[in-house]
Design a protein around this ligand. Sequence first.
Ligand SMILES: Cc1cc2nc3c(=O)[nH]c(=O)nc-3n(C[C@H](O)[C@H](O)[C@H](O)COP(=O)(O)OP(=O)(O)OC[C@H]3O[C@@H](n4cnc5c(N)ncnc54)[C@H](O)[C@@H]3O)c2cc1C
Length: 243
Amino acid sequence: MLERLAVQVRQRALGTVLDVQTVTPHMRRITLGGAEVAAFVQGEGVDAPGAWVKLFVPSGEGRAYTLRTVDRAAGTVRIDLVLHGESGDGPASMWAAQARVGDQVSIAGPRNGGFAPPADTRWLLLGGDATALPAIQSIAAALDAAMPVEAYVEVDGAAEQQPISTAADWRTTWLRADPGEPGRSLCQQLLHHPLPPGPGYIWLAGEASAVRELKLYFQEHGIERHRLSAKGYWRTGNADHRD
Ligand SMILES: Cc1cc2nc3c(=O)[nH]c(=O)nc-3n(C[C@H](O)[C@H](O)[C@H](O)COP(=O)(O)OP(=O)(O)OC[C@H]3O[C@@H](n4cnc5c(N)ncnc54)[C@H](O)[C@@H]3O)c2cc1C
């Protein structure tokens, strides 16, 4: 019980931007460090696959971001932020586009990313968009060789594809996003998608309407509640969407 309580403890840490990298044209990687972040990364749950934090940018507004990687020895975290300015900007995306070494931001968390395959899971199906890619990469890094995984990732084009490092028996299918209808390519691919035999686990994240459509589809097709995690990470036209 105490262990479970420890996992739920959330901290807020002030961090300094130590590095800013352009991963792809629409993805910026920020490394945060400093004394409070170094203490934060020693806590429980920070390196759980898909763990996330609320990132408070210098304007004071907070948005949810996955801990892409956590380096306990260095006392740093990396966060990958989608630059979605072309389809409507928000404070986090705007900050990421201009972030500089030395900027001060805060993180609060960690919170669980919902990735909890039951022990008897024999296959994984992962689906998401660019905002889900950091979580998919963190899930990939945590899996062992025995697990067959199919991952479907909707991005803006070939330039947005990224390497996915994993020991698992992994296959990525990159889907091209329709700019007018985010999540449509993912839905087209996964609705009626044949599932492997035996007990499996499905993890979905991305534009909320698309994720909801897929969640309902899989529920109606007999996927049990504990074998499905589906979370809207953002919603078209909504600032600071909460699922
Ligand atoms: C658990 C969780 C983990 C997440 N992890 C990540 C992550 O690692 N990396 C990441 O980039 N995002 C991640 N997200 C999504 C991120 O929180 C949202 O995209 C957030 O809305 C961005 O904040 P903003 O200030 O840029 O835009 P907001 O102020 O929230 O929104 C402003 C406008 O931009 C639109 N918008 C928001 N996001 C997008 C988008 N991706 N594409 C197109 N239009 C958009 C909104 O519809 C709105 O019209 C995660 C979300 C959750 C819930």
